[in-house]
Design a protein around this ligand. Structure first.
Ligand SMILES: [Zn+2]
Length: 383
């Protein structure tokens, strides 16, 4: 996977060199005023220590919405022998590889062909969806949602086994208690991100008795405990959450309230999904001075739903800067961005996710106007 790493690395090296020079000059001038006698011995190795202990590191974190594989989508991926979803993402590969770490909401369970593929209302998708995601820049999938139990425990076990085999991380739906308790931490450029995931429910399919680990439900006590544990081990806590009302473009009061709860407990980034349409981004100011970045809904990234904004999705991205000094480290989030995408089809085949601004070349009328409208919709609450 090609990730942008050269420029940030160069900036870090230049920054460190400047910092070391400044600290060296500062210490030498201090030594003239204080204990002259010890100057040579005391200051000999300090520049190296300071070089390691005063550091600015930066990464970007991105998210895309629902990977919702209706039957026309998996039929389109079938090449006569196997299911290949790669072409569907080829027009957004560069976009998806832009953030240092990217998460997606795997809405339909990846139980594989052995369990029988199926579409709405109880989905089951080919394993190879995961290959396409991994190939195109996704680092971790969130799989706690209302379809997690569509193929029961077997679907969850099959999906997890496949994801483990190809090395694509998952969070939200687990194979056993130990799996659930294992924090998912991704480290990039010295910044540790912990990923958590929860859903409001499972479409009325009961969670098997004694197997709560199969899917993380929204439960404030449990979320609080996990956020605190994650905060202890990581610099940034990212919560993916399945919530809200389907097809509503503005979050409801429950989402707003829950976002504030998660933020207050320590969540730094909240990526919402379930409404199948985009809902705006927002900063939450916490009482302790921290800011939490929320995207209320990332919409559908790929699905066979169309019209009324259901075929428009996109990638949200935010910068994470970690400042480490001798006093400790702190993290600041900045520069949120949204990159709208559109699902083209022809009419029930050739499914492709494309950047919305260039969707005109794929037959979407008024693409530029729609792009402007979506950008405005997503940033309307940012300040
Ligand atoms: Zn859903």
């Amino acid at each position: 996977m090609m990730k942008k790493s050269i420029i940030p690395s160069l900036l870090i090296i230049i920054g460190c060199s400047l910092l070391a020079t400044v600290l060296l000059i500062k210490q030498q001038s201090q030594s003239n005023h204080t204990a002259k006698v010890y100057a040579t011995t005391i200051h000999k190795s300090r520049p190296m220590e300071n070089l390691q202990h005063s550091l600015t590191q930066k990464i970007t974190v991105g998210a895309i919405g629902d990977i919702l594989i209706h039957s026309p989508v998996y039929q389109d991926a079938f090449n006569g022998a196997s299911y290949n979803f790669d072409p569907m993402f080829e027009n957004v590969k560069a976009l998806l590889e832009k953030p240092d770490v990217l998460t997606a909401n795997q809405e339909s369970v990846l139980g594989g062909t052995e369990l029988g593929l199926s579409s709405y209302p109880t989905f089951n998708s080919p394993h190879s969806v995961a290959d396409a995601l991994a190939m195109n820049g996704v680092d971790i999938v969130s799989n706690a949602n209302n379809h997690s139990l569509d193929k029961g425990e077997r679907g969850i076990q099959s999906e997890a086994a496949y994801l483990n085999a190809i090395g694509l991380r998952y969070v939200g739906s687990f194979v056993d208690e130990k799996d659930r308790e294992t924090l998912r931490i991704i480290e990039k450029n010295g910044i540790k991100l912990a990923f958590l995931s929860y859903t409001y429910g499972t479409n009325g399919i009961p969670v098997p008795k004694g197997k709560d680990y199969l899917v993380n439900l929204i439960n404030r006590d449990h979320m609080q405990e996990e956020i605190h544990r994650a905060k202890d081990k990581a610099d940034v806590v990212v919560v993916s959450i399945h919530w809200g009302n389907e097809y509503q473009r503005i979050p409801n009061t429950d989402q707003k309230d829950l976002a504030r709860f998660l933020a207050g407990e320590g969540a730094d980034i909240i990526f919402g999904s379930h409404p199948h349409v985009l809902q705006p981004m927002e900063w939450i100011d916490n009482p302790d001075g921290r800011k939490t970045f929320v995207v209320y809904s990332l919409g559908n990234f790929i699905s066979a739903q169309y019209g009324e904004y259901k075929d428009i999705g996109g990638m949200a991205e935010v910068e994470v800067t970690k400042q480490t000094t001798e006093q400790g480290s702190s993290v600041v989030l900045s520069n949120p961005n949204f990159y709208p995408t559109f699902v083209t089809r022809n009419p029930n085949r050739d499914y492709r996710v494309v950047p919305l601004e260039s969707a005109g070349t794929f037959g979407l009328s008024k693409a530029e106007q729609k792009y402007q409208e979506i950008q405005q919709h997503m940033v309307q609450w940012l300040r």
